[in-house]
Design a protein around this ligand. Structure first.
Ligand SMILES: CC(=O)N[C@H]1[C@@H](OP(=O)(O)OP(=O)(O)OC[C@H]2O[C@@H](n3ccc(=O)[nH]c3=O)[C@H](O)[C@@H]2O)O[C@H](CO)[C@@H](O)[C@@H]1O
Ligand SMILES: C=C(OP(=O)(O)O)C(=O)O
Length: 436
């Protein structure tokens, strides 16, 4: 297992280009299964989860051509459904969360879709009911092998239906939309997730010939069509990476420009960091973070009560940035309550930050109160293990701000979602090495 060695306490400087969005890429790559035509996808991030999904598509018989560093073409004209019954598929499918989204397209186009319980972060229960209830609503038969945690849906034809999702699941909505585009008749999905990546997926599907309206809202209407054609698609920059770099700049008191962030798609993200006292300046489509030489001060509410940062389905604040907010707060002036509503095991990494000297009270599995040091006391370097992708990057940011040399184990978690992280951080002056 890989290790990062980090010498902390250095100011960084320069500009950083965000990678293409991981969670968008996972949806978009699955959508190539919906057509026998060629689909060209640009700005694909070179990260472990995405590469695993590309391999899985290859094993399904999709023809894949790498045109340049981040551009690929995919053609699913001869899909090998036998692979879905193989032991190799059980292994590959388990490797990441995003693989769940092959089910909708396979069901729609070939009448069957299977998946072993998918992987991804171990951050609490991650149920799949919304996905399968959606497929059942479209007329699919559901099978579940409890011993092997193997899910399956089958249908000769899918029929459009009205459905009210039990929760606004991101991958669930993407999966149901991809099934409904080829169903007979009209599907209406209420309480649909509507984050920018889903909007991107719906726009791509419309370019392929689908008829989806309500994009960007929680009410999607999909008129089924007989077939979809090829298209070209470019991934948005990764907003979670962008938020991570805002946190990195503040914690290390560094001046950083984050390039081409697609401001209009960032939702609450800039404002949440501003509430922590961080200056997030818009320069064209870039974010400029000046060096916070005098620290940053958490704002309180108008009535003087303590700030709470909580997650909510889009356009609420994404749960994937709460670990970063939490680490940034450890050096702020003031206090904040971080409330992780969606996941029940995502805050346990605060133990490591407490070991490093941070003042945090874990109130319960969902809530932590952070009392910032205002840089009067630097975090201490330590040895730690990355439990999940966002805790991992948060610990990495803590290590870069800490005094001395830290080591982070299990960095595969970070590699799941952050492209060429060592070289990109080195380029802005970070002292980080990978020890394999
Ligand atoms: C590959 C991918 O795209 N992963 C993202 C996707 O995961 P994923 O699609 O798996 O997450 P879901 O949106 O299904 O739900 C995440 C968790 O939040 C809970 N929940 C969800 C919706 C809701 O209205 N209320 C609620 O409590 C669910 O029970 C679940 O435990 O969306 C999550 C929520 O933004 C992100 O953390 C993940 O990075
Ligand atoms: C939870 C995340 O990813 P996944 O859903 O792939 O586990 C994340 O990206 O923060």
């Amino acid at each position: 297992m890989g290790i990062f060695k980090i010498e902390g306490g250095h100011q960084l400087k320069g500009s950083i280009q965000p990678q293409g969005a991981k969670n968008e890429a996972l949806q978009i790559l699955c959508a190539v299964l919906l057509t026998p035509d060629k689909v060209t996808i640009k700005n694909i991030p070179d990260i472990v989860d995405v590469n695993k999904l590309i391999d899985l598509l290859g094993n399904l018989g999709v023809k894949i051509e790498k045109l340049s560093e981040a551009t690929y073409t995919f053609q699913a004209d001869e899909v090998n459904l036998k692979y879905l019954e193989s032991a190799a598929f059980k292994e590959d499918g388990r490797g990441l969360r995003g693989s769940i989204m092959i089910v909708g397209p396979l069901l729609a186009r070939f009448g069957k879709g299977y998946i072993p319980k998918p992987g991804g972060d171990k951050i609490g229960r991650r149920r799949l009911d919304t996905h399968f209830e959606g497929f059942i609503n479209l007329g699919a038969k559901f099978r579940y092998n409890r011993e092997e945690y193997f899910y399956g849906v089958e249908a000769d034809t899918l029929k459009g239906a009205y459905m009210l999702l039990d929760e606004a699941s991101v991958t669930g909505t993407a999966n149901i939309v991809m099934a409904a585009v080829l169903a007979e008749g009209t599907t209406t999905i209420y309480n649909a997730a509507c984050e920018p990546y889903l909007q991107q997926l719906c726009k791509m599907l419309n370019r392929m010939g689908a008829k989806i309206s309500g994009i960007g809202s929680n009410l999607l209407t999909i008129e089924g069509v007989k077939a979809l054609t090829g298209t070209e698609h470019t991934m948005l920059p990764d907003m979670i990476e962008i938020g991570s770099w805002i946190g990195l700049a503040a914690m290390t008191k560094s001046e950083l420009t984050i390039k081409n962030v697609s401001w209009d798609d960032l939702g609450q993200i800039p404002n949440v960091f501003r509430k922590l006292g961080i200056s997030v300046e818009k320069q064209g489509d870039d974010i400029y973070i000046p060096a916070h030489t005098n620290g940053y001060e958490i704002q309180s509410y108008i009535d003087g009560s303590i700030l709470t940062v909580a997650d909510a389905p889009w356009p609420g604040f994404t749960p994937d940035l709460l670990s970063i907010v939490l680490v940034v707060a450890t050096q702020a002036r003031g206090s904040v309550l971080v409330h992780q509503k969606m996941f029940e095991s995502r805050l346990f990494f605060v133990d490591k930050l407490i070991d490093m000297g941070a003042k945090i009270i874990l109130c319960d599995p969902h809530r932590a109160t952070i009392i910032g040091h205002d840089f009067k006391s630097q975090l201490k370097a330590t040895t730690m293990t990355s439990p999940d992708i966002r805790a991992g990057i948060s610990l990495l940011i803590a290590a870069l701000s800490a005094k001395g040399t830290s080591t982070i184990h299990n960095i595969e978690q970070i590699d799941r979602g952050y492209e060429h992280i060592v070289t990109r951080l080195q380029a802005i002056g970070a002292k980080i090495e990978r020890l394999d």
